[in-house]
Write a protein that binds this ligand. Structure first.
Ligand SMILES: Cc1ncc(COP(=O)(O)O)c(C=O)c1O
Ligand SMILES: Nc1c(O)cccc1C(=O)C[C@H](N)C(=O)O
Length: 418
């Protein structure tokens, strides 16, 4: 290695150390349990384990469930747990607490909000989405149009053509704020305004937004939103998802999944369905108390956190990672926008051997993930990542490439889950 490069590397590490020293979020790291010897850059797929969660879950399992048994619905407050968790999530996504509910998966919630949106504008027949949206959103939207028939259809555009594609046939536009592959971010407020200008409804998927940076659903005028609990919210694998309905629509939406928990009086056990007032009607079945408890506990890690500082640090980590990787690994092509406002909280690079490179990187202690066909994806989670982690991760990535550590058959064999 040249002396000049060595000096530059030393300067970059010194700058990261200084940023860590001054980091206003540094005291939050102990709120998480992080395995030794791992730099975790995949909190955008599955969040880490919050500290103290297992002890608190033992209490839920052994005391609430084991001892209280069915009495737990009342004594342990299980029946109100969805509202309690919804309140915590509402605060993170800029929504009134009465506009959010928690439960089901994101996919199911996509179905619920789409069908609710269609019920508001029966004169229009087109659902519009982004061709690059996360597949489940497209599959569910397509499935719903097939179920409904009657001329309903899903149309697709791209970020460049989206505005133009919102015409007088469109009933709802279903967009993910941050692209799961590239990290590119829609301007939620401007796009929502445009969608409304064309007489359509705006539905936002916040899977890659909630807990990653401040979201302002009410202020942006969004009509509906959904998001998952297991990424930046750290609720654990398969954690319940959330759903938002703007206050102005709360009592007008007709739930397609009219389950008993969304009934006005579930324990009256009447034969006829009468939707609950407000957001309660979007509930379907029995809340999953164990996973909801884990999400509830996980959300405590956000207590007192200034999300503006999270955004600031996330962008610094993204910038630092881009600079480090471009300096060390010129063969990787950046696919995430360089402009801070145009991206979420992840950085992605492209390489034809991306899968094998990611496996070698993971084997060497840096966990990111791979998205087909060729994207290496790195999530930035400011509450527990340090600037020095970013430099160390880039150093290891450089070693994996320079020493061709990825060039092994075992790293080319695709796992079931990537
Ligand atoms: C944008 C987006 N929507 C939806 C999902 C998944 O939905 P579900 O929670 O139903 O698996 C993901 C990731 O899994 C996602 O990235
Ligand atoms: N939900 C996932 C799962 O059940 C298994 C593996 C990964 C995931 C993910 O969250 C993928 C993620 N939505 C993505 O952005 O690629």
């Amino acid at each position: 290695m040249s002396i000049a490069k060595q000096n530059q590397d030393t300067d970059m590490m010194a700058s990261a150390q200084e940023s860590d020293r001054l980091d206003p979020l540094k005291d939050y790291r102990p709120r998480f349990t992080l395995p030794e010897g791992v730099i975790y850059l995949d909190g955008n797929s599955l969040g880490v384990l919050p500290a103290g969660l297992s002890d608190r879950m033992s209490d839920v399992i052994e005391r609430q469930w084991g001892e209280r048994l069915v009495r737990g619905w009342n004594d342990a407050g299980w029946i109100d747990l969805p509202s309690q968790v919804a309140g915590k999530i509402a605060a993170l996504v800029g929504a009134g607490a009465n506009c959010v509910t928690v439960g089901d998966s994101t996919s199911i919630n996509v179905f619920k909000v789409l069908s609710a949106a269609l019920s508001l504008r029966p004169d229009r027949r087109v659902i519009l989405s982004d061709r690059n949206n996360f597949p489940t959103d497209l599959y569910v939207a397509d499935g719903l149009t097939r179920l409904l028939g009657q001329g309903y259809e899903l149309k697709l555009a791209t970020a460049d053509t989206m505005e133009e594609a919102v015409d007088e046939t469109v009933v709802a536009v279903l967009l993910t704020e941050v692209d799961y592959r590239t990290g590119e971010r829609y301007d939620m407020e401007a796009m929502t305004r445009h969608i409304h200008g064309r007489g359509a409804l705006a539905i936002w998927d916040l899977c890659h937004s909630a807990g990653a940076f401040p979201v302002h659903l009410d202020a942006a005028g969004a009509d509906f939103a959904i998001g998952c609990g297991y990424k930046y919210l750290n609720g654990g694998p398969g954690a319940p998802a959330f759903l938002y309905v703007a206050e102005r629509h709360l009592n007008d939406v007709a739930p397609a999944l009219s389950g008993w928990m969304g009934h006005d009086a579930p324990f009256a056990f009447t034969t006829d369905y009468r939707p609950a007032d407000g957001i309660g009607r979007m509930k379907v079945g029995t809340p999953p108390i164990l996973s909801l408890s884990a999400l509830n506990i996980a959300l405590d890690a956000f207590e007192g956190v200034d999300m503006a500082l999270v955004r600031q640090k996330s962008q610094e980590l993204c910038d630092r990672f881009i600079a480090e990787v471009e300096h060390r690994c010129p063969e990787l092509e950046l696919v995430t926008p360089r402009v801070r406002e145009q991206r979420g909280s992840q950085v992605s690079f492209r390489h034809p051997e991306g899968y094998a490179i990611m496996q070698a990187l993971i084997a060497n202690g840096v966990i990111g993930d791979f998205r087909a066909p060729d994207i290496l994806r790195f999530g930035m989670t400011p509450l527990y990542l340090r600037h020095t982690d970013i430099v160390a991760a880039a150093e290891i990535l450089e070693r994996v490439l320079r020493q061709k550590l990825w060039d092994r058959e075992e790293y080319r064999t695709r796992a079931k889950v990537t």
